[in-house]
Design a protein around this ligand. Structure first.
Ligand code: ADP
Ligand code: MG
Length: 612
């Protein structure tokens, strides 16, 4: 028997590990099972590449046994095993770079007890729960002697020859500390295995019985996974019944090894009043759980997804802190996000009904994505759905379809914001567009102006809100040349008078052919804040700057003709009438700050007219 000292770093690490929080201890099971799985994987590779492997017929399995009386837990595998030199290197020094980093972080912080649960510290984590560990191992190499390693995790370890009949692989016998004796209780160990090791790719025998593990379907070729398997897996990971609305299965070997399955649930829980959804995509490294709910794995707007992202390029023992600030993880996030957007794009193309269902349940997240993920804006804008002047009520269209229907002389894409289709259908702003045969998109959800204005363009075409000043439309043949209208002089007299009568209220007063159905329209001046932004600022308790809309009169409207006349003869009545027309226009534009004033003016106007 030879006594050997641990390397200094190992002793430092063990010192931290031994004082770990009680609640963190269970991760040692994950570490040892993942080592067993790695060892089996490596053996499988040896079988392919080496001519001779010890005990070639031995099955590749993991065997876990508990002994409550003896207070032990044993985790054994028939994997690659270790030679004596390997044992000395792997279980006596810090061979792993991740562990080294952990130690550095711990030193920097002057203690890292609180990090252990998040870091996997590899093999040495067993000393969180053990006061003695025995490792018996035999290498795959036919002529290697089996070895037995024992340590109490203090100063060093004993090494001796193991019995000649030791089978290939590694068996780790854990003598549990008094206060960690629950790891010798079958129920507790089964629970811990269920938490971390559900997807291990080798059969696990637990106290002689085969433990049902769930297949890591994300590691399979998607051609080999059935619809039922996806649903079953979804039910398992999302703790839910029923089918997902859609799923994406994505694998890549370059530039990063990535395997992922993501599900969109049938219903949006946020819409059912369950509050903000928490991200539910788990991060795995080669089928072993790293973090079941990593915060920053995918962008916030994808929080409705559940599923798995697996990358062999990630170290298993990565801390949550490192996860938040990991460039590899950011790249993974970017790749998955892009791929998921592509999935939705294809869904929209190939299965419009399902996509429409998705849109009605989850469209708001796409809008959130447009506002928050600028790099994905162009692709996300293709996923937007809305109604328009060309669709029947309740039917949806897209910008791409809109563009395909654009008239030859139409340069821009036209949109209008409001509370409902019913309201927008009667909007005077539509007149000029309808008269030209141009389609107008209706956006009726709260944040839409932020989303759509933020897009600015689609397919190189400007997106223009038709209730803004400065809207340039192609000229139109005069459709009613003979109808009475204000001539140029009369129009100027009227607009000059209104400008004067409402001094400093409007940035411009004019006549326009943009409106045919109403006497006047109010237009948001180019540098003014939109009504939506003003409402937002008001809601945030911030100061709201004054705005100066433009007012445009319809020179063919009989009331306007009358107004032009009155303005020269009965200024008082003219002022009441002008106020009425203007406030109504402002109201329709959502720009009337004080509706009570409109009511009062109506009353005065009526009184005046009735007394005439
Ligand atoms: P990691 O698994 O990240 O390399 P660990 O501390 O978990 O770090 O393990 C250290 C090394 O010990 C492993 O890389 C492996 O070479 C060896 N080892 C651990 N457990 C086993 C096992 N069950 N069979 C064979 N080798 C093992
Ligand atoms: Mg390991």
């Amino acid at each position: 028997m030879a006594h050997q000292q641990f390397q200094t770093e190992v002793r430092q690490l063990l010192d931290i590990v031994i004082h770990a929080f009680y609640s963190d201890r269970e991760v040692f099971v994950r570490e040892l099972v993942s080592n067993a799985s790695d060892a089996l994987e490596k053996l499988r590779l040896k079988q392919l590449t080496e001519s001779a492997v010890y005990e070639p017929e031995r099955e590749l399995r993991i065997a876990i046994t508990t002994d409550e009386e003896a207070k032990t837990l044993t985790i054994a595998d028939s994997g690659i095993g270790m030679t004596e030199e390997e044992v000395v290197e792997f279980l006596g020094t810090i061979a792993h770079s991740g562990t080294k980093k952990f130690l550095e972080a711990a030193k920097e912080k002057g203690g890292a007890q609180d990090l252990i649960g998040q870091f996997g510290v590899g093999f040495y984590s067993v000393f969180m729960a053990a006061d003695k560990v025995e490792v018996t191992t035999r290498s795959w190499q036919p002529d290697a002697a089996p070895v037995h390693w024992v340590s109490d995790g203090q100063e060093g370890y004993e090494l001796e020859a193991a019995p000649a009949d030791t089978p290939r692989g590694t068996s780790i016998l854990i003598h549990l500390k008094e206060d960690a004796a629950n790891f010798s209780k079958p129920d507790h160990v089964r629970y811990v295995l269920g938490k971390y090791s559900n997807f291990v790719g080798f059969p696990i025998d637990f106290n002689g019985e085969h433990l049902n593990t769930v297949q890591a379907i994300w590691m399979k070729n998607k051609k080999d996974v059935t619809e039922e398997e996806y649903t079953g897996f979804y039910n398992f990971i999302a703790h839910t019944e029923g089918k997902p609305l859609t799923h994406m299965h994505f694998s890549a070997d370059a530039p990063i090894v990535l395997n992922s399955v993501l599900f969109v649930p049938e219903e949006n829980p946020e819409m059912m009043g369950f509050g903000r959804t928490k991200p539910d995509v788990a991060l795995y490294c080669h089928k072993v759980l790293i973090d079941s709910k990593p915060d920053k794995l995918l962008p916030e707007w994808l929080r409705f997804l559940s599923g798995v992202v697996d990358s062999e390029d990630l170290p298993l023992n990565i801390s949550r802190e490192m996860l938040q600030d990991n460039s590899l993880l950011r790249r993974i996030s970017g790749i998955i996000t892009k791929r998921f957007i592509k999935h939705l794009t294809e869904l929209a193309k190939n299965d419009a009904d399902t996509y429409e269902k998705f849109w009605r349940g989850f469209g708001r997240y796409i809008k959130e994505g447009i506002v928050t993920s600028w790099e994905h804006k162009p692709e996300l804008s293709k996923l937007l759905r809305f109604e328009s002047t060309f669709t029947d009520a309740g039917k949806l269209t897209s910008f791409a379809d809109y563009v395909s229907r654009m008239k030859e002389n139409q340069k821009d894409i036209y949109v209008l914001y409001g509370a409902s289709r019913a309201q927008l259908e009667h909007s005077p702003y539509l007149d000029a567009l309808t008269a030209r045969g141009f389609e107008v998109c209706f956006f009726t959800e709260g944040g839409d102006p932020f989303v759509v204005d933020g897009l600015m363009k689609f397919d190189e075409k400007d997106i223009k809100a038709i209730d803004r000043a400065g809207l340039e439309l192609p000229p139109m043949e005069d459709t009613a040349p003979d109808a009475p209208a204000l001539d140029e002089t009369a129009a100027k007299t009227l607009t000059d008078w209104v400008t004067e009568a409402f001094k400093d209220k409007f940035s411009k007063v004019s006549t326009t052919d943009r409106v045919t159905s109403a006497p006047a329209i109010a237009l948001q001046a180019e540098n003014d804040l939109s009504p939506e932004v003003k409402a937002y600022l008001r809601a945030m308790g911030q100061e709201v700057p004054e705005t100066h809309p433009e007012i445009a009169f319809n020179p063919r409207n009989p009331i306007v003709l009358k107004l032009a006349e009155l303005q020269g003869s009965d200024t008082e009545l003219a002022k009441l009438l002008a106020t009425q027309l203007i406030d109504t226009a402002l109201l329709r534009a959502g720009m009337l700050d004080d509706p009570a004033a409109l009511a009062e003016n109506s009353q005065q106007l009526l009184e005046k007219l009735l007394n005439k």
